[in-house]
Design a protein around this ligand. Structure first.
Ligand SMILES: NC(=O)c1ccc[n+]([C@@H]2O[C@H](COP(=O)([O-])OP(=O)(O)OC[C@H]3O[C@@H](n4cnc5c(N)ncnc54)[C@H](OP(=O)(O)O)[C@@H]3O)[C@@H](O)[C@H]2O)c1
Length: 343
């Protein structure tokens, strides 16, 4: 049987977009053999590295080479592609992957990009938390109206299946609360400071391994943790929460002396996220806490994360993610892709 041809477009082709491209190249045989899918790329748009757009197909290996040699992707197009909106309107993609930097305040411009994709009847798949907290209800409705999917598994815990776990495996479960460590950068910085690094040195090391937000102050000041908690509350607790509604404290008040002193007492500083129901609303807080060795958070170190879900049906359910990377985030997008195409 002829494989089903699926055209995809990327908006954002940084750490995550490139990791996804490499995964598509690595998994092309599995996609063809197990799912009868043949993936073709018809658009790639970036901020400063240009746009490539061609409904007849763009070679992904060439695109990776161009971007890694810091050239503009326009090289790969036969004609001028215009703006990102023009590229989306002409690339005839079936699926859009969006992975541009997060905007905590209003989710833009990602929100408009995803709106356009869904209106053009593309499945819209994002790694970006902004559009989830600022547009979940609207984008989900737009997806339903167009018979498409809006999926975002990679937005929290880098590809670990959380949203799909609740969607597919926990029907009618009531989520009463969430506790966890949701930001890799701050956890990594705290671990490095326990090992003797200064605050600045530890942040630099986090940037070097590609785990920080494009602007690392979003991690350090707790915005990334707050927006992830807001996304979980919005989708899983059915309570729309914006990042600024989360009580938020970052880790700037901590240094290597404080962190090492805690460790000597058998405790660890962690940037802890908590969301809970109170009366008819959900409250949420991100703040440094000293945890003791009997806490499941105590041994979650380095870039690893943990989420504990307090449900009325299974009690406390704990998920630990070990050593995430742009590759695990890419897998979340890839898994969403298969879910969208197969649904
Ligand atoms: N890194 C991770 O492991 C991870 C994990 C989970 C979620 N995420 C989320 O995934 C997204 C991308 O992360 P990343 O690490 O890949 O970031 P990144 O390496 O900084 O890449 C961002 C990409 O978006 C492009 N871009 C920037 N502004 C744009 C605009 N206005 N329109 C179109 N393209 C634009 C950039 O192009 P130029 O480089 O040409 O400017 C670049 O290709 C973020 O929302 C992040 O929160 C990342």
């Amino acid at each position: 049987m002829e494989p089903q041809r699926v055209r995809v477009a990327f908006v954002g082709f940084g750490n995550v977009g490139q990791a996804l491209a490499r995964l598509f190249l690595r998994k092309s045989d599995e996609l063809r053999q197990q799912y009868n899918l043949q993936v073709e790329v018809s658009g790639i748009a970036t901020g400063r590295h240009g746009i490539a757009c061609d409904p007849n197909g763009i070679d992904l290996t060439d695109a990776l080479q161009v971007i890694q040699s810091d050239q503009a992707l326009d090289l790969l197009s036969k004609r001028n592609c215009g703006t990102i909106e023009d590229c989306l309107a002409t690339c005839q993609a079936d699926v859009l992957f969006e992975s541009i930097p997060v905007n905590y305040q209003d989710g833009q411009p990602a929100l408009d990009i995803l709106r356009q994709a869904l209106s053009l009847r593309m499945h819209a798949i994002t790694a970006n938390k902004g559009p989830v907290v600022h547009g979940y209800a609207e984008l989900s409705r737009l997806a339903r109206e167009n018979g498409r999917h809006f999926l975002f598994e990679s937005t929290v815990m880098d590809g670990t299946p959380i949203f799909s776990l609740f969607r597919h495996c926990l029907p009618a479960a009531d989520l009463r609360g969430i506790n966890g460590i949701l930001n890799s950068t701050t956890n990594y910085v705290l671990t490095r400071m326990e090992q003797g690094d200064s605050f600045e040195g530890a942040v630099k090391a986090a940037q070097q391994i590609g785990i920080t937000e494009t602007d690392p102050s979003g991690d350090i000041d707790g915005w990334d943790a707050a927006i992830k908690l807001a996304a979980l509350a919005t989708v899983l607790m059915d309570f729309p929460l914006k990042p600024h509604q989360v009580e938020r404290y970052g880790i700037r008040s901590l240094d290597e002396t404080k962190v090492q002193a805690a460790l000597k007492q058998g405790k660890r500083w962690k940037l802890v996220c908590r969301a809970w129901r109170e009366d008819s609303r959900v409250r949420a807080k991100v703040a440094p806490e000293m945890v003791t060795a009997d806490s499941p958070m105590y041994n979650v170190n380095g870039t690893s994360s943990i989420a504990q879900f307090d449900t009325d049906t299974l009690g406390l359910l704990t998920i630990i993610e070990q050593d995430p990377s742009p590759d695990t985030t890419a897998y979340g997008l890839f898994a969403d892709f298969i879910r969208a195409i197969q649904a």
